[in-house]
Ligand binder design. Structure first.
Ligand SMILES: NC(=O)C1=CN([C@@H]2O[C@H](COP(=O)(O)OP(=O)(O)OC[C@H]3O[C@@H](n4cnc5c(N)ncnc54)[C@H](OP(=O)(O)O)[C@@H]3O)[C@@H](O)[C@H]2O)C=CC1
Ligand SMILES: O=C(O)C(=O)[C@@H](O)[C@H](O)C(=O)CO
Length: 277
């Protein structure tokens, strides 16, 4: 698998594994199965209540820690309290039985609450303390990133955003790339909505002898984006990684790009107004 090099020098694999809704022993089995399928980047969050599950899955996989990239995220309710946030990161590490997170993100900007700049300063401290290697954000718009730059002098190395063919984020991708910020795609399969039966995608996928999930993930990689698909079962986990033996033509890339629509978000979570704590 190819790699992305972040602006701080850390390398991330081309595809990661999402763990939202993978909890408890069945979740741990699914995540261990994903590691066995070949995933080396796992995406969790304090709010998924499965950092312990992720730690259990890592232990059961017998893959060495330094081969894995583990991402977690700070929830909005802690943004205004630096000490509580540092305690929370340490608690998350205790739960997952890890010494550090490879990548740690602010989960949502929550612009009405407006504490994301303080929270970003906390991540800068957490990185200095060695609790986290790389620091980034999720769901940040240009205006939020501009404030981080202006008020702290530090930009994130990753911005994880909703991205799939119905909402392809052309402007946000261009902005991230101009600022050396890697775009990660959440819900890269549109959370298995009607995206997977879209006639244009079904038609293009057939040409490459691939399924629609594989076509979408390869399209994302071809845009320079790092997708983090979630799949419970081994067969789908393997299928979602089996995307490195074909290339999508420019014409087909353009046909997929044309499917994007302004109201294409899966759950109408516009970070300009949506808040999550
Ligand atoms: N930062 C943020 O704000 C957010 C981050 N995330 C992260 O992004 C990850 C991925 O996004 P998520 O919302 O889970 O959605 P995805 O787009 O990854 O879709 C997951 C769904 O697709 C199904 N699926 C997976 N592979 C296939 C396939 N090949 N064919 C058909 N169906 C398939 C899964 O089913 P099944 O599991 O049954 O196999 C599941 O129902 C999350 O798990 C989380 O880690 C997500 C939302 C917000
Ligand atoms: O899954 C996540 O990371 C989220 O931020 C949630 O908002 C998730 O997208 C969700 O659907 C909550 O209802």
């Amino acid at each position: 698998m190819s790699f992305h090099e972040l602006s701080d020098g850390q390398q991330l694999p081309a595809v990661g594994f999402g763990t939202y809704k993978l909890n408890g022993i069945t979740g741990a089995h699914a995540i261990t199965s994903a590691i066995k399928a070949g995933y080396r980047l796992l995406d969790t969050a304090f709010n998924y209540q499965n950092e312990g599950t992720v730690g259990q899955a890592i232990k059961a996989s017998h893959v060495s820690r330094d081969e894995l990239i583990i991402t977690s995220k700070l929830p909005g309710k802690y943004y205004s309290d630096q000490q509580a946030s540092i305690d929370l990161i340490q608690e998350s590490l205790f739960r997952s039985k890890l010494d550090y997170f490879d990548l740690y993100l602010l989960h949502w900007p929550n612009p009405i609450d407006d504490h994301y700049v303080e929270a970003w300063n906390t991540l800068i401290q957490a990185q200095k303390f060695g609790l986290v290697k790389s620091i980034g954000v999720c769901n940040f718009l240009p205006e939020h990133l501009e404030r981080l730059q202006a008020e702290t002098g530090h930009l994130p190395v990753v911005n994880q955003i909703e991205l799939h063919p119905f909402f392809n984020q052309a402007e946000m991708r261009a902005y991230n790339s101009e600022h050396n910020i890697l775009t990660e795609a959440w819900s890269p399969l549109g959370r298995a909505s009607d995206l997977l039966t879209n006639p244009t995608l079904v038609d293009i996928a057939k040409k490459y002898h691939k399924n629609v999930g594989q076509l979408i993930l390869k399209w994302e990689i071809s845009l320079g984006v790092l997708p983090i698909p979630k799949a419970t079962h081994f067969a789908r986990q393997v299928s979602n990684l089996d995307i490195f033996d074909f290339d999508i033509t420019e014409d087909d890339m353009a046909r997929i790009n044309a499917l994007s629509k302004p109201d294409g978000r899966t759950n109408n979570q516009d970070p300009a107004s949506y808040q999550e704590f």
